[in-house]
Structure formats: C-alpha cells, structure tokens
Write a protein that binds this ligand. Sequence first.
Ligand code: HEM
Length: 448
Amino acid sequence: MSAATLDTSTLPPGPSGPRPLTVARFLLQPETFIPECRERYGPLFTIRLSAERTVVVCGDPAVAKEVFTGDPALLHAGAGNVVLKPLLGPRSVLLLDGPEHLRQRRLMLPSFHGERMRGYGERMRAIAEQHVARWPVGEPFAVHRSMQAITLEVILRVVFGVEEPARIAQLSAPLRALLDSTSQPRRLLALQFTSSQGARPRTPWGRVRRLLAPCDRMVYEEIAARRAEAADGSPPRDDILSLLLEARDEDGAPMTDRELRDELMTLLLAGHETTATALAWTLERVTRHPDVLARLREEAAAGDGAGDAYLDAVIKETLRLRPVVPAVVRRLQAPLTFGGWDLPAGVNIAPNIWLIHRDPQLYPEPEAFRPERFLDRTPGTYEWIPFGGGIRRCLGASFALYEMRVVLQTILARAALERTDAAPERVTRRFVTFTPADGGVVRVGSTS
Ligand code: HEM
C-alpha cells in the first residue's frame, strides 16, 4: 500500500506540525518526545515520519499484547525494518516476513537455545577479563567503547568462530567503521531522509555501501573457511556459523552463502551494539545507586553463585528503565482494529517498550531504579518486553542475558567500581538503539 493511497482519516491523533520537525524531535529528543505525545494524545497516537512511514505508537500493554499475538501474516515486521536492508541484505531474518521469515527463524533458532549458551561462558569471561585489565584506574572514563569491543569480540569468536587474534583485529577494524557510520545522530538523520534514494554513489547510503564492501569480503571468506573445514573432516566446532552451516530446512535444504552472509551481518548488527549498550547502561545505573552497587559487590565477593538472582534482577531493571531498543514495529497488511481504532493497511503499529516499561499500573514508582521489584515478582510475558515479543521475539535474548551476566560478574570480580554523585546520563539515539549520551562514565578504584 503506497502512502498516496493510505487513508489516514481514522488514525489516532498525534503531532501535526511540519514533518521534518517531527522526524527531528523523534530522532533527537528520545526521552521527551514520545512521553509528551503519550501525555497529550493518550496511549495510542500517530506520528508521520516519512511518506512511507506513518506509525501508530502504542503505549498500552493490553494492545501491545494483541499486536504481539496477532496474525503474523497481517502484521509484518520485516517491512517495518526495511531501512536496514542496504546493510543486512534481503535474506536477513529481520527483514523477511511470512513463510520465508519462518524458514530462516527455524533454521537459526536451535543455535540460540538457552542451554547452549553455557558452553560459551569461558570464552566470554576470558574476553571480558582482557578488556577490563586495560581499564584506567582512578580516572573517569566512558565504558561504552570497551563494552563494544567486548561484545564485538564475543560475536566474532562465538558466532563467527574466528580464533586467531590477528584475524579478529583484521575483521574488527572495517566492521567498527561500518557500525560507527550508521550510528551518529546527524548521519542517522541523513540516512532516514534519503532511504528512498537507495545506495547510489554520493548518497549517505552509498557511503555505507562503500564501507560494507570490505566487511562483506571478509564475511564470505569466513563462510568459505568454515565450509572447507566441514568438508575436510576437521573436528566439529560449536560456533554459531558452524551450526548454521549444518542446519537444514523442512525440505532438507541448507542455507546458501548469501543467506549465511545476511544472517551473520544481522547477528552482528542486532547482537553487538545492543548488548554493549545494555552493559554500559547497567554500569551507569549501578554506579549511581550506591546501595545496589554495594549489594552486587557483596554478593559477588561471597562467590557462591547465590548472587546471580540479584545480578539478574539488576539486569532486568536496567533493561526496563533503559530499554536499548525503545520500540518494535509491525506493518498492517490489511485493515485491523487496535484499541478501538480502525487502522488501514499500510500503517505501522509500534508497541513502545519505553512507555510500557513506565506504566505505573505495572511498575509502581516507575522512574525509581529498584532491582528488588524483579525479586518480588515476575512480570507477565507482555509487561517486560526489552526483547520484543511473539513470533519475532529477539533470537538472541538468552545469548544477551547470559553474556551480560558473565561480563558483569567479571567486572565485579576484577574492578573496584566506584559510586558517583553524577547526574543520570541523558539518552541519545544511535541507529535503532538508545544509548547513554556520555558513553556511561564510570571510575574504578585502585583496591580491586
Ligand atoms: C540486550 C541485548 C539485546 C536487545 C535489547 C535486543 C532486542 C531485540 C528486539 C527488541 C528485537 C525485535 C523483536 C520484535 O520485533 O518483537 C530483536 C530481534 C532480534 N534480535 Fe535482538 N536484542 C539483543 C541482543 C541480541 C543478540 C545478542 C542477538 C544475536 C547474537 C540478537 C539477534 C536478534 C535477531 C536475529 C532478531 C530478529 C528476530 C526475528 O525477526 O525473528 N539480539 N532484538
């Protein structure tokens, strides 16, 4: 359904100013724009981001549940993520819908099963230890960059199966350049405004494509290397690329190189920045809450594993108040009714994680950072949704939660994090994520 034929007369109300202003506020004022709209227009409101992108924002948990459990044939997520296509490619599980999405998802799901993650724990711990050992002592520094380095290395080792440090360094540099090129707010604005121009030279997406070329070359080299090892009878490996090479669909067909490339880029983009940002937020939050930090350190020092429940609660509370991905999107393929509004085909509906996680009915005193709330009570499936939900729920949720636990345990054991009276960091948008504006500034004492 093109924008020209989209009947917007039955949409919920929303800001009606000039569209560039709406887009700029949406991108540049992440903490205030959406909550202000919620206040003014109610739990469902409409924002128009481009001719092709009219979004009904949903801050009502009951309606969000209907969206997550609705018919995936009528609620496409891939179409809503189309802005990522030049980067991820057409076979990315994030961009597909219907039977094609299901096929890719089924091929990938077993490799991300919760139990499997324990096998990666030692590698994750070793990577985190190396990076934490390089932290400065006694002076404040932004921890986000270090978290990015850790999570990138985890993806390269655990997902891509790369082992040699020299090759890791060789792969990291162009990937870092590519990921950085899509993450600055100003560049993001340019990408958003010009997505309809495609990736012609001299366009913002054209520049992304130039940075993509060396990454693609290396990703295809890794696929070829892993295929060659499988063919010459080398011992079986447990990295996720090797598992994906073995995966077969219902007709017994394996993934093609193109599919593997698109899924590896998807795992890299979906799994690296998100987890790094969630870790940076956790450290930003706990250093500003001395009681939480003290309890974490005490339980880590006891070293009997009993502290895991509290650490997991801290992670959950961070992802509640600072959801790294603030919203998910589904595009209607037919007219549907949500929250009493008859929405036309072509419109997007976006359960807003930021708003739902601040619903005072679900979370009393919602702005308070209180991990204990997750010890007292387990929230409902559609009340705590940092990983989205339904048939599109994050494939890497267990991976991310496990990695966060291991990295934070390592930090607590190796670095004397200090409390700070600094104000909470503002939220800034990097591509599709909400990150700490100053990079999560922390200080480590000398008595570790
Ligand atoms: C704290 C870290 C993470 C957060 C907050 C996060 C969040 C999300 C969200 C909100 C979605 C969309 C869900 C929806 O539309 O309902 C998603 C999808 C996805 N995530 Fe994550 N993610 C994280 C880490 C990871 C990791 C580590 C991986 C893999 C290594 C990963 C792989 C994916 C994939 C493949 C999808 C697409 C699923 C589909 O469309 O079927 N994510 N993630």
